[in-house]
Design a protein around this ligand. Structure first.
Ligand code: NAD
Length: 359
């Protein structure tokens, strides 16, 4: 059955990098039997320019019937003075909320040939392949009550609430166990159960869910230790599952182990496996229109889409292999260029991946 991909190029370099990812999808359709239909819509600043809202009705309607969404990036200097609810980033938050995309997948992958880009020693990170599964729609960022108030003696105080329902923990745990099943079958749940009740419940529920995945080896780690282990010995991890706040911090730390923002894809999934796929970087207005942005994070977002929403791990692997091949052949966009390699433009990098796929 034909699956529908909604393409949201967005702003800045979004259009340039998405165009390269589309070349890859076109080759998979023409030569490798991928059966998809592409539909396009606006989001972010582009949507505001076209219709006065960063997440317009037309986009919402198309998103509701898509099997997966490919997003470039949103944002731009020209939108910074808009009221908060009309800014491009609101479009992203709105679509995540609208589709209940609670499971955020952030891989930290470091191709052997790029190990020098990391701030850690190459032998610590070469070949790194971790998947962080972060709960995205609950926890302390959304918990009520929250406020800044003034007490009787006139001193201001502020509070937030870290809260998780069992059902929220269950669904993110299922999401993480399923991903572990498709990878190395090891899952580390990160919490602060020695101090926080919310983590105590988190751990209890994750252990309960683990009974349904007997092949996955489950371990637990306190978040402070996890932060330490990520920089000390990152290759010990396969899949990490954690709450919104801890995941926010750990996924950025893990991403930076790889040293290259233009290389990292991400996914946000809902309970039915529908997902939005995007590079972790933003719209990079500083390099917009120069044909120098690295399209590989977006191309690898297509690989994640095939693996996690379109149930086509074989074609996902084809993309991953093609990306590895172009890197081994020495092709580098400016952001990952080192002496002795072949510097290429955005479009040339896309063409190189297409050639590797066809080879
Ligand atoms: P950014 O990720 O856009 O850029 C940070 C730096 O990395 C810049 O120097 C940029 O040139 C470089 N860079 C980013 N992607 C690259 C790529 N593919 N190839 C080569 N170099 C790349 O972050 P920023 O500058 O803080 O934000 C710019 C805009 O993007 C802002 O409006 C921000 O709100 C938005 N933003 C959007 C998202 C998203 O759409 N998911 C995420 C982060 C930031």
């Amino acid at each position: 059955m034909t699956q529908k991909i909604l393409v949201l190029p967005g702003d800045g370099i979004g259009k340039e990098i998405v165009a390269e990812a589309i070349k890859v999808i076109d080759v998979l359709s023409a030569d490798f039997g991928l059966d998809v239909e592409l539909e396009y819509a606006d989001i972010g600043g582009a949507a505001y320019d076209a219709s006065g809202h960063p997440y317009p009705e037309d986009t919402k309607k198309k998103a509701a019937t898509a099997d997966a969404i490919l997003l470039g990036a949103v944002g731009g200097y020209q939108y910074e003075d808009l009221p908060r609810e009309l800014r491009p980033e609101r479009g992203l938050l709105a679509i995540r909320e609208d589709l209940d995309l609670f499971s955020n997948l952030r891989p930290a992958i470091l191709n052997e040939t790029l190990a020098d880009a990391s701030s850690l020693r190459p032998e610590v990170v070469a070949g790194l392949d971790i998947m962080i599964v972060r709960e995205l729609t609950g926890g302390i960022y959304f918990g009520q009550p929250r406020a800044i108030e003034t007490n009787e003696s006139g001193e201001r105080f502020a509070y937030n609430t870290m809260v998780y329902k069992e059902s929220e923990i269950e669904r993110i745990a299922h999401s993480a166990f399923k991903i572990a099943m498709q990878r190395g079958k090891r899952l580390c749940s990160v919490d602060k159960a020695n101090v926080l009740e919310v983590s105590e419940l988190w751990r209890e529920v994750v252990i309960r869910v683990s009974a349904e995945y007997p092949e996955v080896e489950l371990s637990h780690m306190y978040v402070d230790n996890a932060a330490m282990q990520l920089v000390k010995e990152p290759k010990q991890f396969d899949v990490i599952v954690t709450g919104n706040l801890f995941g926010d911090i750990l996924s950025d730390a893990a991403a930076m182990l790889t040293g290259s923002i233009g290389m990292l894809p991400s996914a946000s999934l809902n309970a039915s496996g529908m997902g939005m796929y995007e590079p972790i970087h933003g719209s990079a207005p500083d390099i917009e229109g120069q044909n120098i942005a690295n399209p590989l994070a977006t191309i690898m977002s297509v690989s994640m889409m095939l693996r996690y929403s379109l149930d086509n791990a074989a074609l996902a692997q084809k993309i991953d292999d093609a990306v590895n091949k172009v890197l081994e052949q020495g092709y580098r966009t400016a952001d990952i260029y080192v002496d002795g390699m072949k510097q290429v433009t955005t479009t040339e990098m896309g063409d190189a991946v297409v050639a590797a796929l066809k080879a």
